[in-house]
Design a protein around this ligand. Structure first.
Ligand code: NAD
Length: 498
């Protein structure tokens, strides 16, 4: 290792500031790409991999290199129909099976996920662009934990507080996004199966591979045919699935725009719906907060997973008296972030998932500059190929600016200030979203006071982005409705009369 100066640049006013922060140069520490096994790329229907009847194909690429990883079959309307029929016939045996037997399958899947965790982590990193440190240490452990946790519920549903004999809904259509492909699958599939439902799941078009690898694990676990069906495809496949008359429940995670369209589409139908949508979380730092700890939380809150996180702390609200100090420490910390090869174990910030998402981030950042905010980025070398965006922080942000209102879904932080707790609450809640929030203060009473007033499904105190299968997650307002995880999450998959 050598000690080298790290220059940083200010981009909003195009001046260059050399902070000459000494940082360590690490030797590359790549995880073995050869560990990734490309799964069968056909549709998974009724326990078999099959060719599409009226679907097509899509190419999935490694966003860090633009290399095509695989050509994957996509489902058309007839394939959707076949999958829903398979799920319906699977539901008869699955729902009738005693909970303790269903639990055995879920435990088996959880153990298989653990056994294959390293290969799945590599596969997720190359298909999504996220750093191996995250897929290995966050995504995969949580994926297995969700199956273990829900396996535990499968034979105890009558003690969950939903009546003496809670019944499943039937067939669940599940549509998920690309930011946590396998984790979002686990959030959806594990509770559905534990409650006795069968599922037809559509992964996102840019990240279908770990869902197909999961289908292979379902076969290895001898899961009865039709209990899990996986249909890769784009929005048209999702739309055909959601519109199918044979489903009992839609669980959607994705953008607010598509969520609203699905809600309109299902209005008046008997199909149950839960929506996990976008966010624009406030991370509120009071002047009595432990600042170094808060800076770590701010960095984790917005740069974890390249900021492709629905609950990302994308609006930093800092008490005015400590604004300069927080921004100074934050930029110094940002200058140490390593952007690059997702498979390098030293990488903090990986690739943006797609060219389309990179375009969206670039456009919103340009809008921030045009509206008068000042952008700062560390000067880091970006690879020549692939989709990359430097960690960015905006100061001089006004609440009306687009970067303060719209979900950027990238590594971009907007800093605003407040003077009083009331002003912090007012600014934090001045958004159509309501998914998450963070509060940094040494006073427990202030944490409780804030948590009472913040319109957010999750409020973290002196930490950020903590997830656990026992804890319900979900939003208010345009962030959606329904909860995933914990006892509350079971309600979304049970036929409750109350
Ligand atoms: P998206 O809405 O474009 O796509 C999400 C999924 O819906 C994809 O699988 C897509 O193919 C499918 N889809 C697209 N059009 C559809 C239609 N008309 N009918 C049915 N399905 C359709 O969102 P995205 O860009 O993939 O994901 C990013 C969004 O997801 C962000 O807004 C983010 O905040 C949100 N998100 C929310 C949570 C949460 O738990 N609240 C978690 C992760 C991501």
């Amino acid at each position: 290792m050598t000690d080298t100066p790290d220059a940083t640049t200010r981009t909003g006013d195009t001046s260059t500031v050399d902070l000459t922060t000494p940082t360590w140069e690490y030797a590359p520490a790549p995880e073995a790409r050869s560990l990734a096994h490309i799964p069968t790329t056909r549709l998974f229907i009724g326990g078999e991999f099959v060719d599409p009847v009226d679907g097509g194909t899509l190419k999935t690429v490694d966003p860090s290199t633009e290399e095509v990883l695989a050509e994957v079959a996509t489902a058309g309307p007839a394939d959707v129909d076949a999958a829903v029929r398979a799920a319906r016939s699977g539901a008869e045996t699955w729902a009738a099976m005693p909970g303790r037997e269903r639990a055995k399958y879920l435990f088996r899947i959880a153990r298989l996920l653990q056994e294959h965790a390293r290969a799945l982590a590599v596969l997720e990193s190359i298909d999504n662009g996220k750093p191996i440190r995250e897929t290995r240490d966050v995504d995969l452990p949580l994926v297995a934990a969700h199956f273990f946790y829900h396996a535990g519920w499968a034979d105890k549903l009558e003690h969950a507080g939903y009546g003496p004999d809670p019944r499943p809904l039937g067939v669940a259509a599940q549509v998920i996004p690309w930011n946590f492909p396998l984790l979002m699958l686990a959030w959806k599939v594990a509770p559905a199966l534990a409650c006795g439902n069968t599922v037809v799941l559509k992964p996102a078009e840019t990240t279908p591979l770990t869902a197909l690898a999961f289908a292979e694990l379902c076969r290895e676990a001898d899961l009865p045919p039709g209990v899990v069906n996986i249909l890769p495809g784009a929005g048209d496949t999702g739309a055909a699935l959601v519109a199918h008359g044979g489903i009992d429940k839609v669980a959607f995670t994705g953008s607010t725009e598509v969520g609203k369209a699905i809600q309109r589409q299902l209005a008046g139908s008997r199909t149950k719906l839960t929506l996990e949508l976008g966010g624009k979380a406030a991370n509120v730092v009071f002047d009595d907060a432990p600042i170094d700890q808060a800076v770590e939380g701010i960095v984790d809150g917005i740069f974890f997973n390249q900021g492709h996180v629905c609950c990302a702390g994308s609006r930093l609200l800092v008490q005015e008296s400590i604004h300069d100090e927080v921004v100074e420490r934050l930029t110094r910390r940002m200058a140490t972030l390593r952007v690059g090869d997702p498979l390098d174990k030293n990488t903090d910030v990986g690739a943006i998932n797609s060219a389309e998402q990179l375009e969206r981030i670039t456009a919103l950042v340009a809008a921030g500059g045009d509206e008068g905010a000042e952008a700062w980025q560390p000067a880091c070398d970006l690879p020549d190929r692939g989709y990359w965006f430097r960690p960015t922080v905006f100061t001089d942000v006004q609440p009306a600016m687009r970067i303060a209102r719209e979900e950027i879904f990238g590594p971009v932080l907007s800093v605003l200030t407040f003077r009083t707790p009331d002003e912090a609450v007012a600014k934090a809640n001045a958004t159509p979203y309501g998914l998450s929030a963070g509060v940094w203060t040494e006073k427990g009473s202030r944490i409780l006071w804030m948590a009472d007033r913040l319109e957010a499904g999750v409020v973290w105190a002196n930490t950020f982005n903590r997830f656990d299968p026992t804890s319900p997650f979900g939003g208010f307002k345009e962030s959606g409705f329904g909860r995933e995880g914990g006892r509350h999450g079971l309600a979304a998959y049970l036929d409750l009369a109350f």
